[in-house]
Design a protein around this ligand. Structure first.
Ligand code: IMP
Ligand code: MG
Length: 176
């Protein structure tokens, strides 16, 4: 069975959109020291490209949650695979994610962060699949691209851990 990837969002479009997001975020947090939480693994490329365009004082930490396993379906079973090593007390936190699908991962992240004393918490996701949402209170503050409810890979997103390094986002199709 051959896997094929059909480009959905080009490298150029992603770069352009990230520059816009960074501009907006920098303006919104003007004078506030921002702490990014990068959701692993999927958001590492997005968070890194975004951070390069944010004020130099911006800090980053990493948190890993696992839900998908090897398949294309999100599971309700959520596991914290890596906890944040930093205190976020009194910090302005921006949770950066690759994609808001069912919303379970983001909701799980938020629960994990509750009670840690942050000054504010906002959510930034590169991709949003609003039609796939199961958890209702997941409303991203910053969205790169809103997409159809189809499985995508690239730019951090994987299928069975593959394709994360693609510099663009594409649909994964199978021809047999
Ligand atoms: P959610 O918990 O269902 O919102 O899913 C969030 C996580 O599932 C993301 O951080 C991704 O790792 C993964 N995911 C969701 N949709 C896709 C997709 O279309 N392609 C690849 N991974 C996805
Ligand atoms: Mg994944």
């Amino acid at each position: 069975m051959g896997e094929k990837i059909i480009t959905l969002i080009s490298q150029e479009s992603i770069e352009k959109r990230i520059a816009e997001l960074a501009k907006q975020i920098a303006a919104d947090y003007d004078g506030k020291n921002l702490f990014i939480i990068c959701g692993l693994k999927g958001a590492f490329i997005f968070a890194s490209d975004l951070m390069k365009l944010l004020p130099a004082e911006t800090e980053i930490g990493f948190m890993g949650v696992s839900s998908y396993g090897k398949g294309m379906k999100s599971s309700a079973q959520m596991e914290l695979v890596l906890d944040l090593q930093d205190s976020i007390e009194d910090r302005h936190v921006l949770l950066v994610e690759d994609i808001a699908d069912t919303g379970r991962s983001i909701s799980f992240f938020k629960k994990q962060l509750a009670g840690r004393g942050y000054a504010s918490l906002k959510l930034c996701t590169l991709l949003d699949k609003p039609d796939a949402r199961v958890v209702e209170d997941v409303l991203p503050d910053y969205i790169g691209f809103s997409i159809e409810n189809k499985f995508v890979v690239g730019y951090g997103l994987d299928f069975a851990q593959k394709y994360r390094g693609l510099p663009y986002v594409g649909y994964l199709t199978f021809d047999d």
